[in-house]
Design a protein around this ligand. Structure first.
Ligand code: PEP
Ligand code: MN
Length: 337
């Protein structure tokens, strides 16, 4: 249920309204937009006395939220959410480029790559210390040692850092080191993990599962948000299709459709979607043209030596060239880098 407040709503009125809703066992979430304050009452709406709520002098409108995902929906929060991380803004008219290697492999590899992406104009640095690999015999990541290297890269470059967290047991540790947590495609419906990252105060990049529907994706975001963490960045990383050379294509129109449904920033992953560096630039350009709030892209100082995802990682010069192109597309659609 959405309760749109009018001009007469002061702090005391909001407090009384909150108490009335909470006494009925529902949770209250407040969205303070530039134009309006919207109170979300989440739970069994039948317990509320709607006529009484409508009659309150400071209430303008009372409406049901029709979407299954409530906090994530544009109905609850009509304006774009802008997430601030260490001086970097994600969402709205900002274009955010998250770049870095697939995995943190060594200090030299991470630091060289970090300086290269910073110099080319990246906004945030990526790198994984815990790797979800198809084979248990493949490189699994450097774990805490990797997080320490990533933190060093932040100290040297000044870029905010993000990394994947795969396990509820690691959330606290990972949150100690990085600015943004990432939940990968394989864990999109790991509900315990979603709740655990929802209890932290770190923004979360949530990637869609490769066989998920949009509704399932947005419900996964809702899990994080319903724990109190509303700073969720959705990442469209493509879904499985029948053309192996396209791997997990980013459906044309989907990023835009997600943005119509939700106020959360939506970025695109051209690297894991295509698995092929020759497609990374065109897919990134298309994503930004369509309204994506940014991309998360893999860059490696020496891709041929990469311990994972060698075929999709850009070299620093390739990334630099791509940035020139992306700036132009961003400008054309009113997004600033
Ligand atoms: C990643 O971004 O490092 C990754 C493993 O991607 P995904 O979870 O989308 O497969
Ligand atoms: Mn990768």
């Amino acid at each position: 249920m959405i309760i749109v407040l009018g001009k007469k709503a002061d702090d005391k009125a909001i407090e009384e309204l909150t108490e009335e809703i909470e006494n009925k066992g529902l949770k209250v979430f407040i969205s303070r937009g530039e134009q309006k304050i919207i109170v979300g009452a989440m739970g069994d709406e039948r317990l509320l006395n709607i006529d009484h709520l409508k009659a309150l002098p400071f209430v303008e409108k009372v409406m049901p939220i029709t979407a299954l995902y409530k906090l994530a929906s544009r109905e609850f929060h009509p304006e774009d959410t802008i997430i601030k991380v260490n001086g970097c803004e994600i969402g709205g008219d900002n274009l955010t480029i998250i770049a870095g290697p697939c995995a943190i492999e060594s200090e030299k590899q991470m630091l060289e790559t970090a300086h290269a992406v910073k110099d080319a104009g990246a906004s945030i640095l990526r790198g994984s210390a815990f790797k979800p690999r198809t084979s248990p015999y493949d490189f699994q990541g450097l774990a805490e040692e990797g997080l320490k290297i990533l933190k060093k890269a932040k100290e040297e470059t000044g870029l905010p850092i993000e990394t994947e967290v795969m396990d509820t047991r690691h959330v606290e540790l990972v949150a100690k080191y990085v600015d943004i947590l990432r939940v990968g495609a394989r864990n999109m419906q790991n509900f315990d993990l979603l709740k655990e990252v929802g209890r932290t105060n770190k923004p979360v990049i949530l990637k869609n599962g490769v066989a998920s529907t949009m509704k399932e994706f947005l419900m996964a975001a809702e899990y994080i948000m319903s724990e109190g963490n509303e700073n969720v960045i959705l990442c469209n990383r493509g879904i499985r299709c029948y053309e192996p050379e396209l791997r997990f294509p980013i459906l044309s129109g989907l990023t835009n459709l997600i943005k119509q449904k939700t106020h959360l920033p939506v970025i695109v992953d051209p690297s894991h979607s295509t698995g092929n560096k020759s497609l990374v630039v065109p897919v990134s350009k298309a994503a930004i043209a369509e309204g994506a709030d940014g991309i998360i892209v893999e860059v490696h100082n020496c891709p041929e030596e990469a311990k994972c995802d060698a075929a999709q990682q850009l070299t620093p010069p390739e990334f630099r060239e791509m940035m020139v192109e992306l700036r132009k597309i961003g400008e054309a659609v009113g997004k600033k880098l």
